[in-house]
Design a protein around this ligand. Structure first.
Ligand SMILES: [Zn+2]
Length: 259
């Protein structure tokens, strides 16, 4: 289950499944609590969307303070809508990696992804020794970035999928993710919703597709938390690329082992 909490200063969504893991910090930011203005109001954490860099750096400082880390380690990598998975056991400068999934086994190394409609997934082993963050838009889901990350966790530290917990943060849900025939045809039939009654259009259920991939990778349903929030429906709380016409901020999903 997800809850919205301000207990560390900044309003953030947290998964009860990940909260139970000792020695692991995680959070999904919202757009509330930062200093950005206009289309980026308020807590935009990306330097690459046209917002004032000063505002973004101030916002990152707020997130860092909330997590108890130095602001310099809050960096975003060059996400590609692909399936590249990177092990980040050293701190990397901004945009050093072109990848969509990040794994860490060392303490105090945060791994984070920025999203506005795409699916953010945070993973941790139940013993808290390995964590991962994934950016999975529809292209990333089709490219199987989620299963690839679970495989990487096993390769890196022998982590069995049965001992992994997953939290899927807010993203564009089946209520709002209208797609064309070309995109719909690339998803499994059970993940496409056709609303004859409403508009006859096709919608993809990215939540279901992501859960399916987690389960197929060996993670039990009881170890999967899914936020029910849709980024388009909850523009008051979240950023939506689609609803904003393309110019908007990014929230982040961040996880790390504590020192
Ligand atoms: Zn919606």
């Amino acid at each position: 289950m997800f809850r919205l909490t301000s207990e560390t200063g900044l309003p953030m969504l947290r998964s009860s499944l990940l909260d139970e893991i000792p020695g692991v910090w995680h959070g999904f930011t919202t757009r509330i609590g930062g200093v950005s203005a206009g289309m980026f109001a308020y807590l935009n954490l990306s330097l690459n969307v046209g917002d004032s860099p000063d505002a973004v750096l101030q916002n990152r400082s707020l997130l860092a303070k909330s997590a108890g880390i130095m602001p310099e380690v809050v960096t975003l990598q060059a996400q590609q809508h692909g399936s590249e998975v990177v092990l980040c056991d050293e701190l990397s400068p901004e945009a050093a990696h072109r990848a969509d999934a990040f794994v860490a086994t060392r303490e105090a190394i945060p791994v984070l992804v920025g999203t506005a409609d795409c699916v953010p997934v945070l993973l941790a082993s139940e013993d808290g020794r390995i964590v991962a963050s994934i950016h999975a838009g529809w292209k990333g889901v089709l490219a199987e970035v989620i299963p690839r990350t679970i495989t990487a966790m096993r390769t890196v530290s022998g982590t069995r999928p049965e001992s992994v917990r997953a939290a899927i943060g807010p993203h564009i849900r089946a209520c709002c993710f209208e797609v064309g025939d070309d995109v719909a045809s690339r998803f499994r039939r059970e993940h496409v919703v056709e609303r004859h009654a409403r508009d006859g259009k096709l919608y993809v259920d990215l939540s279901a597709a992501a859960v399916c991939q987690l389960e197929d990778s060996g993670i039990a349903m009881k170890n999967i938390d899914v936020s029910s929030m849709c980024t388009v429906c909850r523009r008051d709380l979240l950023f939506s690329h689609r609803a904003s016409g393309g110019t908007t901020g990014r929230t982040v999903a961040m996880i790390m082992r504590l020192r």
